[in-house]
Each structure stands twice: as structure tokens, then as C-alpha cells.
Write a protein that binds this ligand. Sequence first.
Ligand code: BYC
Length: 325
Amino acid sequence: MTPSNVAQPAADDPIRVAAFEGRIAAGETIEPKDWMPERYRKQLIRMMSQHAHSEVVGMLPEGNWITRAPSLRRKMSLLAKVQDEGGHGLYIYCGTETLGVDRHDLIDQLLSGTAKYSSIFNYPTLTWADMGAIGWLVDGAAIVNQTVLAKCSYGPYARAMLRICKEENFHKRQGYEIMATLSKGTPAQKAMAQDALNRWWWPSLMMFGPSDKDSPHSAELLRWKVKRKSNDELRQRFVDLTVPQAHAIALVLPDPDLKHNTDTNHWEIGPINWDEFFNVIKGNGPCNRERLEARRRAHAEGAWVRQAAEAYAAKQRGRAQSTAA
Ligand code: BYC
């Protein structure tokens, strides 16, 4: 179903495209009822729906540890975090619907395996320290990416990012605090934190997407100010922010080539294993099958909730109509 307030894009005639691009160049925000090129709309649907799916699938690796949190305080934080991620998915599905798609179709694409979600969630969470590493690194990477998306040209996406980033800051802090506590703990706890960092560091760098020369969508998205920085620029920013944080808690980044370039004032990393990245996004990561299976099961088991909600909404509509009559 297409929301009735959504302007359906007409054929992309060059005059309208030029006017649209003029608005983008002038720094204006595009809103759902505004005319937009079909390609802009499609690109946003692709990117936003992948983002929404990532939030929802991203609940799984951490949800797996809620019952095993080491204290009530940790359990409450983790529970709140996982719930927030579900909420982020819902905001972004709502934002995507302003482009004239139905979230049920988007969810069908996720469940059928035709839509992507972030590569990072196809790795297993083996120990409690992984909750620290995810909060610190994965949410940390998400903040770097999403702070910039909060200035993107499409209004509903930009506004969703503002709220989401506030919550991600809390997520990152609770993760970093877990890592800092473990690294000051017993030798076994410190080793657990180091092991989690070793496993999550490289996949976190891959979250930013392929290097700029291998990123087919970047040029167009940068021109339309959907993306405001390239994949490599954001990855570099994340590295520069995170290396000192690792040093502050006496953990070692698993990169023998990591070095500080005093001329540029950037931390330079060794080569990323892009074969691993492309393998994961093709569906062959360690947990791709498990994650999709868990989502399919949850969707099937939630059918009765959706039916009950629809029945309730229909009843409410009936009541409203009879009151109005
Ligand atoms: N994983 O031309 P490119 C969170 C795909 S969740 C999988 O650079 P683009 C959290 C890309 O889709 C936050 N696929 O693409 C939740 C494209 O494939 P298609 C997640 C990836 O769009 C729970 C192809 O590779 N954040 O914070 O210009 C717990 C070529 O790439 C990935 C977002 O979703 C990847 N990592 O740039 C904790 C941010 N990277 O579509 C935390 C929003 C690339 O042609 N998205 N691909 O089949 C973006 O910023 C951009 O879409 C990307 C990719 C930077 C990810």
C-alpha cells in the first residue's frame, strides 16, 4: 500500500532534475511530498531499508546475551540497548515508507534473503566481552556514520538519525565501560576483552563499506548529499577516534601495521581483507544463515501479534465511524 500523502515521482525530465539538483546544491532538505528523481528515491529506499534491517538483525547477537549478563545493572543496560535497536529499525522503516513503499514488502525482502543488512551482524558473540566490543566498536562506528547521515539531504532520514545518534552514544559508552572494566580485571578478564577486540576490530572497519574505488553507489550519493563523506573518510575518522580509546584501556589493536602518521596526524591501518567482506555480504559469513533463520522464526511466531493488532485497529476504526455517524 502506498501512503496517500506521498508524491509519486513523474518521469525524470531534465528540467525538473536540474531544479532538484539546484535545491540539493543550495543545501535544501528534500521532503516526502517534494518532487525527486526516481533514481534518488530508489537509492534512498535501498539504503534506508538496509539500514532498518541492520538495526533489527543487529538485535540478535546481543539479545543472545541478555539472560547471561553478569549483573542486574549490566542486564538492564543490555536489555535497554537491544530494545533501542528495535526502535531504531522502526523509525527507519517509517522513514522509508515516506518514499512510497510498504514496510511489509521491505521485510519480505529481508526474510527472502534478497535485501542486505550490515555485514557486522554475521559474526558470532562468543563471550560477555563481545557485548563490550559491540557497544564500543559497532555502535562507535555507527555513530561516526550516522552523525554525518543526520545532515543528509532527505529530511525524514536526517531527522531519524538525530534521535538515533543520541541513543547510540549511550550504547557506545556502556560498551566501552564493559571493556574498560574487563581490562582492569583479572588476567582472564583482560584476555577476554583483548580476544573480543581482536575478533571485532576488522569487521567493524568493514561496516563502512568497500573502499571508495570499489563503491559503486558513492559518487551518486555524494552528489545528492545523501552521503556527506565517503566510506574511506568515515573509516579513517573512526580509526582516529578509536585508537586512542584502545590505548587508554591498555588494549592492543590487532594490526601490526598500525602507525601514526605525524605529517597527516592520522592513524594508518594495514590492509583490510576485502575477500572476507564480500564473502559475508554474499551470504557466506559465519552467521548469515543463523541470523536469517532467527528473523524468519520470529516473524512467523509474531503472526498472532500482528493479527491481534490489526483486529484491534479495525475495531477502533469501526467505533470511530459509528461515533462520527
Ligand atoms: N554490510 O557502493 P557501496 C547499528 C553493500 S546498525 C553489508 O559503498 P553505499 C547497530 C552496499 O549495500 C547501523 N553490505 O554502498 C544495530 C552495496 O550493495 P547493493 C547500520 C554493505 O550504500 C544493532 C555494495 O555493498 N548502519 O548501528 O554507498 C546493534 C556496495 O557498497 C556494507 C547503516 O546501515 C556492509 N557493511 O554505502 C548495534 C548505515 N557496506 O545495495 C549497532 C547506513 C556496503 O548495491 N548505510 N555494502 O546490493 C550507509 O551508510 C551505506 O549504505 C554504507 C554503504 C556505507 C553501508
